[in-house]
Each structure stands twice: as C-alpha cells, then as structure tokens.
Design a protein around this ligand. Structure first.
Ligand code: NAD
Ligand code: UD1
Length: 352
C-alpha cells in the first residue's frame, strides 16, 4: 500500500528536496504550505523533476479548519513538519511572530493530527537546540539550551513532543536535528532562495561568486579552531532529504498507525541528529567554493557575530544505528550543486 505523507512547508528549501526523495522512495506526497517563504515556482520545478504533479494545498498550519479538510480528504500515514520561520535575527525583532508561527502552529497541527488519529510525525528541529556545546561531537544526549526566540521555538516544540509522548504511547515522534544544510538538487532546478541578503554562509558565498554581492565578511578569525574561523557540520540537502525517508521507513517498521504501519509498537519521542560528523571551517568552505566555481570570492575579516559559537559538529552514530542512514556527499559536491543552482538561477526562482 502506498503511504500518504502530509508535508507541511513542502515548498521550502529542505521540503522541496524531500518531496522528490519521498516520491522516489514510493511515498505519495501532499504538500501544505502558506508560501510565506517560498514560491509556486519551486513546486512547479518539483513537478518537472519527478515528471508528474503532486498535490499542493496553499494553507497555514495555524488554520485548523483548512487542516481538518485536508485530513478528512486523505488517509495519511504520517506528517513531515517543515513549516516554520527560520531567521534568527528576525526572531529577535519579532518574537511573537516566531512563537505564534512555530509553536502555536505546531500545536494546531498536532491537535488536528490527534483528531484524525494520525500520530506519526517527523519534525524539523535544529542543532541550534544544543546552544554552545560542552563537548564535541554533539550527540543526542547533550544538554539543550537556546539564546534566541527561533531556537527557543524549536526547543519548545521538542518539549511539547516529549510531553505528548509521555501522555499517550500511541504517538511516534521523531525530531530530526539538522546541522547546516547546504547544496541543491543536482539538476540545478531547485535550491535555496533567500528572500533578502542571506544570513547564512553558503548562500552568501554563492551570491558573491555569482557577482550579486561584493564581498564576504567572515565573522571572527580568533576562535579556538583550526584556522580561527567558525567550524560547522555542513550537510548536503539531498542527504538530509534521504534522512527523512529513512525516518519514515523507521516509523513504518516500529510505529503503530491505522494507516499502514507494519507493527503495533511505539516509538515515543526519538530525537536524531542529521549531520556528517565532520567539521569544516569558514575559510575551508570559501576555498572549496572558489575551486569549484573558478570565481574569485573576496572576503574580509569582521567582528564575531553575536550568538555565534566556535565549533559545532554532530555525532551521526544514532542515525546510522537506528535509521541505517548516513550522509554520503562531500563538501566539493555541496559546492558544485550550490554553484550549479546559483549560476543557472542568479535570481533564484525569479530567474525563470
Ligand atoms: P524554508 O523557509 O525554505 O521552508 C519553510 C517553509 O514553511 C516555507 O515554504 C514557508 O512558506 C512554509 N511556512 C512557514 N510558516 C508556515 C505556516 N504557518 N503555515 C504553512 N507553511 C508555512 O526553510 P527550510 O530551510 O526549508 O527549513 C525547513 C524547516 O527546517 C524549518 O522549520 C526550519 O526552521 C528547519 N531548519 C532549517 C535549517 C536550515 O539551515 N535551513 C536548519 C535547521 C532547521
Ligand atoms: C545559523 C543560526 C542557527 C541556524 C543555522 C541554520 C545564528 C546565530 N545561528 O547557524 O540558529 O540553525 O544558521 O539556519 O544565526 N559566517 C560568516 N559570514 C557570513 C555568514 C556566516 O563568517 O556572512 C560564519 C558564521 O560566523 C559561522 C559560519 O559562517 O561561523 C556558519 O554560519 P551560518 O551559515 O549562519 O550558520 P550557523 O551560524 O551555524
């Protein structure tokens, strides 16, 4: 039986890549997105990559009535919940917007899932829930703390999921804690399309390489790292997408659900890191991108960015052990695919 999956936020950067991976793995996808940070063009390109349309509903996760209509119309095996706002700086300026969208929205979604007895969920969490880690690599038992409203909203949803699992063993809840997603689909048709000047490193580098931005500011060269610049665990978005397929496959094998799982077990609350386990410095990433794109990437050193940490990389052992998943793609492939997307679509989805 083909399993149907509701993908909230499926028009966004990670969601669009995951829709393709789900389709390729034999899942049927229904996308639910309010397009607040994405475009219909992304969905059209997903159609073009997979060679057929998928169901798309324009809707908000805070709108219980519309969600009810969707759950009434489809027998879902589970939900992958990407929908959320993700800009750290904006969350500091607009905390109510972030708590409303990310926390209240998740509560509304969970309430409607409960009403329709759909209790399998994969949630987009983040390595940001680990704050400034005490030890590296970071495993799932590391203490959690957050310093900004975006991070707090992710951590709060994790706490809600934990409480839910305690309250009722029929919930099967997997928060995936992403490290630093980068890259694009190898077709060059879909990728990350920041609205404004990018906050994150990879899109900033690629916009410098394509000539949209003049030069990169590297925030800090006095960290206790290999070359003084920040170290992160960059993970290719298509590897990340496969991690979601692996999580759903795990739910099929271990969770009970009226809509088609194979067993009567319970997963409860099961957080899993999705990272490569390898740290790469800012300067290393700039060098790799320069080599791949053959473009100059001018940079200057600037002050540390408030809230940044020196180093962050995952222990990816739990994902390998439980899900049989591990990241396969290298930093070079992450740069190649980002560059193909950026050079073919210098203005993102507005380039068509
Ligand atoms: P994105 O902004 O590209 O995608 C999020 C999607 O959710 C967008 O299409 C947006 O329109 C939609 N959305 C937002 N609020 C909504 C609402 N109320 N109702 C319906 N749709 C709504 O972001 P992304 O990079 O694809 O991230 C996906 C998820 O992963 C987010 O929850 C994000 O916080 C989380 N995450 C992202 C990163 C990253 O670096 N990209 C890292 C860790 C976690
Ligand atoms: C940031 C967010 C984090 C979020 C993650 C993924 C902050 C403080 N943290 O993490 O909550 O989960 O994005 O969306 O915003 N850098 C530069 N110049 C730039 C941009 C970045 O030097 O123009 C450096 C940063 O200082 C850091 C590294 O590049 O050392 C990676 O930065 P970024 O891509 O923003 O990711 P994170 O800081 O890990």
């Amino acid at each position: 039986m083909t399993k149907k999956i509701l993908v909230t936020g499926g028009a966004g950067y990670i969601g669009s890549h995951t829709c393709i991976a789900l389709h390729e793995a034999g899942y049927e996808v229904v996308v639910y997105d309010n397009l607040s940070n994405s475009s219909r063009e992304a969905i059209n390109r997903v159609f073009s990559i997979i060679g057929q349309p998928i169901s798309f509903i324009e809707g908000d996760i805070r709108d219980a009535e519309t969600l009810r209509q969707v759950f009434a119309a489809h027998a879902f095996f589970g939900v992958i919940h990407f929908a959320g706002l993700k800009a750290v700086g904006e969350s500091v300026a607009k905390p109510l917007l972030y708590y409303n969208n990310n926390v209240s929205g998740s509560i509304t979604l969970l309430e409607v899932m409960a009403e329709y007895d759909v209790k399998n969920l994969v949630f987009s969490s983040s390595a940001t829930v680990y704050g400034d880690p005490e030890t590296l690599p970071i495993d799932e038992t590391s203490p959690r703390s957050c310093t900004n409203p975006y991070g707090q909203s992710k951590l709060t949803v994790e706490h809600i999921l934990e409480d839910l699992a305690v309250s009722d063993a029929s919930w099967n809840l997997i928060p995936l804690r992403y490290f630093n997603p980068v890259g694009a689909h190898p077709s060059g048709q879909i990728g990350e399309d920041p609205n404004d000047i990018p906050n994150n490193l990879m899109p900033y580098i690629s916009q410098v390489a394509v000539g949209k931005l003049e030069k990169l500011s590297i925030f800090g060269n006095d960290y206790p790292t290999v070359d003084g610049t920040g170290v992160r665990d960059f993970i290719h978005v298509t590897d990340l997408a496969q991690g979601h397929v692996a999580a759903l496959n795990y739910l099929q094998q271990h969770a009970s659900s009226k809509n088609g799982s194979d067993t009567t077990g319970s997963v409860g609350f099961l957080p899993i890191n999705l990272g490569t386990g390898k740290g790469t410095s800012v300067l290393d990433l700039v060098a790799a991108f320069t080599k791949v794109s053959k473009q100059p990437i001018p940079y200057q050193f600037a002050a540390r960015r408030a809230g940044d940490i020196a180093s962050c990389y995952a222990s990816a052992d739990k994902a390998k052990e439980l899900l049989g998943w591990e990241a396969k793609l290298s930093i070079t492939e992450m740069c190649q695919d980002t560059w193909r997307w950026q050079s073919q679509n210098p203005n993102g989805y507005d380039s068509h």
